[in-house]
Design a protein around this ligand. Structure first.
Ligand code: FCB
Length: 454
């Protein structure tokens, strides 16, 4: 055992009220996609596009969490979870996207919240984790500004049901990934490759966020509202001016693109120029959100890796990101860089001085093997987690107000276009039988939380 596995020393660096949690999302775990009136989402559609997802995997069954949520809540408690971040499937609550609320769908989240609370776990409810109703995509989806009204109605339905028990809310998960990977790169649902559409999707997510904040604030006393922003660390491949500029613009066009407006500053000038120069805003008008007010109670930070950026010319977006030869990588080929997490936390603090930052996702995929005795010895994941938790402690020591850490993920699940081939869980799921086995990392994480609480 090396020091990094020592939960007492690491846990001791955190206060007793630090939130140790787990994260997951609806489409990735629930299954039961046609049950109790759920309507089709863009992921149900996209997963069936030939070649879109490895092995043609779909979320039809996933972890069958829709049926097993009671057992899953107990497992979370066994792992020492103080909080659990999950998302609500819009298609369960309003199957056609707009119009009638489906009581049975909403009741699932009602029961889930009760079950979590009964197990001593605080729910953190995320309203949107990419699974838009297909019926709304057919009307332009998030590129259509009418989505602000649609999202407000959906939010109202969920908030009015859960407001008496839930104070921790998130509106969007990784709005940048949803805008750009799904509407410019085309590798996530709905699989569109059109930059101006992606820019509108980003703009309308921000505007929908503001509308949902009003809904939540008016219904929930002492609400805490955030957005989970994916900020990985982008570093220049060399000291050349072009590489340095490209790495800075990587952040400005994707990460500060959302955070600057949410902190009441409007879109970042350098990001605007870069997107315009690349033709991304041709023929569209961005509205953004009113300047001067902060629309976040805390920053949710999803951090996984380092991106090394090489520019091919002076032109914006004429760059590629790589993993340097010999770098430590996970099963996703993501460059493991815990010091990047400390650096990003310090940078968020410098730029925005947020009241609070919560690590809303951090974790790693590894090709776990089941040992002869049935245990799952995932020392590589323990090492990844330990080093990232230590990186959070370093940032806290430097004065960054990080109040919680939610690991991705509770259990192995549907990893989007990678289907079931990438395992991020602290619990192993044997998909054919749905058997759950706590991995070494799960036991380690529970010990860490216990070490803190002592
Ligand atoms: C994040 C997503 C989450 C999961 C992890 C690995 O980008 O929010 O759903 O796929 O990556």
């Amino acid at each position: 055992m090396t020091d990094e596995f020592d939960t007492a020393a690491l846990g001791g660096r955190f206060p007793a009220d630090f939130t140790w949690g787990f994260a997951a999302s609806a489409y990735q775990i629930e299954g039961a996609t046609t049950e109790d009136g759920r309507g089709p989402s863009i992921w149900d559609t996209f997963a069936r596009v030939p070649g879109a997802v490895v092995n043609g995997d779909t979320g039809d069954v996933a972890c069958d969490h829709y049926h097993r949520y009671r057992e899953d809540a107990r497992l979370l408690a066994e792992l020492g979870a103080k909080a659990y971040r999950f998302s609500v499937a819009w298609t369960r609550v309003i199957p056609a996207g707009t119009g009638a609320v489906n009581r049975k769908g909403l009741d699932f989240y009602d029961r889930l919240v009760d079950e979590l609370l009964d197990n001593g776990i605080q729910p953190m409810v995320n309203l949107f984790h990419w699974d838009l109703p297909q019926a709304l995509q057919d009307r332009g989806g998030f590129a259509n500004p009418e989505v602000i009204g649609w999202f407000t109605d959906f939010s109202s339905a969920v908030v009015s049901k859960l407001a008496d028990r839930v104070s921790d809310w998130m509106t969007f998960n990784e709005p940048g990934v949803f805008a750009f990977l799904a509407h410019a790169d085309g590798i996530h649902a709905p699989g569109i490759k059109h930059w101006p559409t992606a820019m509108l999707v980003a703009d309308n997510q921000l505007r929908s966020h503001v509308a949902a904040v009003e809904v939540i604030r008016s219904a929930v006393t002492d609400s805490r509202i955030g957005v989970a922003i994916d900020v990985n660390q982008a570093v220049p491949a060399t000291d050349s001016e072009d590489d340095v500029r490209a790495a800075a613009l990587w952040h400005a066009t994707r990460d500060w693109w959302f955070l600057d407006p949410l902190f009441g500053r409007g879109y970042p000038e350098d990001g605007l120029e870069a997107h315009a120069a690349a033709g991304h805003t041709a023929g569209i008008e961005l509205v953004g959100i009113p300047k001067g007010s902060v629309y976040l109670d805390y920053i949710g930070l999803n951090y996984y890796r380092r991106e090394t950026v090489s520019a091919h010319s002076e032109r914006a977006f004429d760059w590629t990101t790589d993993v340097p030869a010999g770098a430590e990588v996970t099963d996703m080929n993501w460059h493991v860089a815990p010091d990047g997490l400390t650096a990003i936390l310090l940078e968020l603090q410098r730029r925005y001085s947020p009241k609070e930052i919560v690590i809303s996702e951090n974790g790693a995929a590894y090709d776990d093997k089941v040992a002869a005795d049935g245990s799952v010895p995932d020392a590589d994941r323990v090492s990844y987690l330990a080093r990232h938790v230590a990186a959070v402690a370093d940032a806290r020591d430097a004065g960054v107000p990080v109040t919680g850490y939610f690991t991705w993920s509770f259990m192995d699940n549907y990893e989007w276009s990678f289907g079931y081939t990438k395992r991020f869980g602290l619990i192993r799921v044997d998909f054919p039988t749905q058997r759950r086995t706590i991995k070494q990392s799960g036991h380690w994480y529970r010990d860490l939380g216990t070490a803190v609480r002592r």
